[in-house]
Design a protein around this ligand. Structure first.
Ligand SMILES: NC(=O)c1ccc[n+]([C@@H]2O[C@H](COP(=O)([O-])OP(=O)(O)OC[C@H]3O[C@@H](n4cnc5c(N)ncnc54)[C@H](OP(=O)(O)O)[C@@H]3O)[C@@H](O)[C@H]2O)c1
Length: 258
């Protein structure tokens, strides 16, 4: 099936790759983020449409809802806007950073999902199925030291997805969680470390094949393309070099003998 999908956090990384892949597969795409220049460029390259919205703003998300309702049907939503701010202990971490992480990852996902569910219901009636795909993180499943705010926010986002799936049971709407491990995107670690490129690069140093944005986009688009009776509840996708959030092999992957 192809239809129309809203992708949040579309101006970079996983979101932009997801927009490109959906377009390649023939979907109509509404790309959503705050940076208009990026969205305009992505739209020009892919044929997606775009809408500027901050998912932490009630007004922006209400405007997104009105835009979606006035421009056609909706068959899938990808809640991808999110991110980490800081890498600190629970004791030392900034409450402001924690607030921002909850605002974008948890409340942003709640706000956009609630706003677009009426359109998704219409899409599901028309096409037989609709999808809510949310990009959480393995941080939402396994704790790691100094990750407190992000671990807590992504755990809450995971819980939101689980509750939503229960609440929508009986409707032809799939609720999918994609939980990536380490993905080398241009901005994720840069944003986390407040623009410190050296610190951002160190995250991926000597890792033999961190995931790239396109790997996660493949999982998202695959889930939405499955037969309508199949729901991938939770997809955990990690690089081979990463066994857990806190256990990443550095150096080339090599076979151990004996
Ligand atoms: N990279 C990783 O290692 C990794 C691992 C696991 C999970 N994830 C998750 O995957 C998602 C995408 O990550 P990424 O690596 O692609 O990071 P990224 O390149 O930093 O992308 C984040 C996207 O979210 C958008 N965004 C941020 N705040 C927003 C807001 N308030 N309203 C609307 N859009 C907002 C940003 O665009 P604007 O700034 O233009 O708004 C950007 O397009 C996030 O939810 C992240 O937590 C990433």
């Amino acid at each position: 099936m192809v239809g129309r999908v809203v992708v949040t956090g579309a101006s970079s990384g996983i979101g932009a790759a997801t927009v490109r892949l959906f377009r390649d597969r023939g979907w109509d795409v509404v790309a959503v983020a705050r940076r208009e220049d990026r969205l305009r460029e992505l739209a020009a390259r892919t044929g997606a449409t775009w809408f500027r919205a901050d998912v932490t703003s009630d007004g922006d998300v209400a405007a997104l809802r009105a835009h979606v309702e006035s421009t056609g049907g909706l068959h899938a939503l990808v809640n991808n806007a999110g991110g980490a701010f800081g890498l600190d202990t629970v004791e030392a971490g900034s409450v402001d950073d924690w607030q921002r992480m909850f605002d974008v990852n948890v409340l942003g996902t709640k706000r956009v999902t609630a706003a677009l569910l009426p359109s998704l219901r219409e899409g599901a009636e028309e096409a037989g199925i609709a999808d809510v795909v949310t990009v959480t993180s393995i941080a939402g499943h396994v704790a790691y030291e100094n990750g407190g705010g992000y671990v807590a926010a992504k755990s809450a986002e995971h819980a939101l997805v689980a509750v939503l799936r229960l609440e929508l049971a009986g409707e032809p709407i799939r609720v999918v969680e994609i939980a990536p491990g380490m993905v080398r995107t241009d901005e994720f670690s840069l944003v986390r470390f407040g623009g410190d490129q050296e610190r951002a690069d160190a995250v991926y140093a000597d890792v033999d094949g961190p995931l790239v944005a396109e790997d996660v986009a493949e999982s998202i688009v695959h889930a939405v393309g499955l037969p309508r009776h199949v729901n991938l509840d939770l997809v955990t996708v990690k690089p081979v070099a990463q066994a857990a959030t806190y256990k990443v092999a550095r150096g080339p992957l090599t076979v151990r003998r004996g």
